[in-house]
Ligand binder design. Structure first.
Ligand code: TYD
Length: 206
């Protein structure tokens, strides 16, 4: 692959979307060839799967169904969008990728991190991000931020505080075993300070 693949991860309300926006602006200002996508979604099929996944009416969805839907959306975006862009040498920014399934479904939903790792592999054909930013914050602080923004909760966010704490635990475990792929950033720092770390981590890579 000629391009570079960068992903953004963290619990709900960690501030990663703000950092995605800053990096997009930075790349634009520097004339870089990049695309930005989000998971679940980013393709016509993926956006339809996203609606099913986040719909509050779907309270009967089992953990296995949820996991497989995330993986299905991922398989589609990987083949349809991410791999072709990387082959063309583009920078690909992705708001969430397979680490989300490991942390949310593997750890917090209790499906098992190893089990999810196998499905991640199946969905991506082994494609891995070059750099993953994990914006680390406690569930309480993230909730307080979301409250401030007055955002309506989706089906996953409705799972509650303990769920988000478990998601965080999952990410911390992934970061420990990632051989440096996952860059953990204290998400309680100021927006500019965080972006400085993001930029520094990408030096020489983009
Ligand atoms: P979204 O509105 O995109 O949240 P955010 O802005 O925080 O990324 O909703 C995505 C939700 O789906 C979010 O709660 C995380 C969850 N999710 C999983 O549980 N597993 C996954 O594999 C992915 C990609 C997302």
């Amino acid at each position: 692959m000629k391009g570079i693949f960068i992903t953004f991860e963290g619990i709900d309300g960690c501030g990663k979307s703000t950092q995605c926006e800053l990096l997009k602006d930075y790349l634009k200002d520097n004339g870089k060839d990049f695309i930005f996508v989000r998971e679940p979604g980013g393709t016509e099929i993926g956006e339809r799967i996203r609606e099913i996944l986040l719909d509050k009416k779907n309270s009967r969805m089992t953990a296995r169904t949820e996991l497989l839907l995330f993986e299905a959306a991922r398989a589609q975006i990987t083949d349809e969008v991410i791999k072709p862009a990387l082959e063309e040498g583009k920078i690909v920014l992705c708001d969430r990728f397979f680490d989300s399934s490991s942390a949310y479904q593997g750890m917090a939903r209790g499906m098992g991190m190893d089990f999810v790792a196998g499905l991640n592999m199946a969905a991506t054909g082994g494609l891995k991000p070059d750099v993953t930013f994990f914006f680390d914050i406690s569930a309480e602080e993230a909730l307080a931020r979301r409250g401030k923004r007055g955002e309506a909760s989706d089906r996953i966010e409705l799972a509650g505080l303990k769920f988000q704490e478990d998601v965080r635990k999952g990410y911390l475990e992934l970061a420990k075993d990632s051989d440096g792929r996952i860059v953990t950033i204290d998400a309680t720092l100021g927006i500019d300070e965080i972006f400085k770390v993001v930029k520094e981590s990408l030096e020489g890579k983009i």
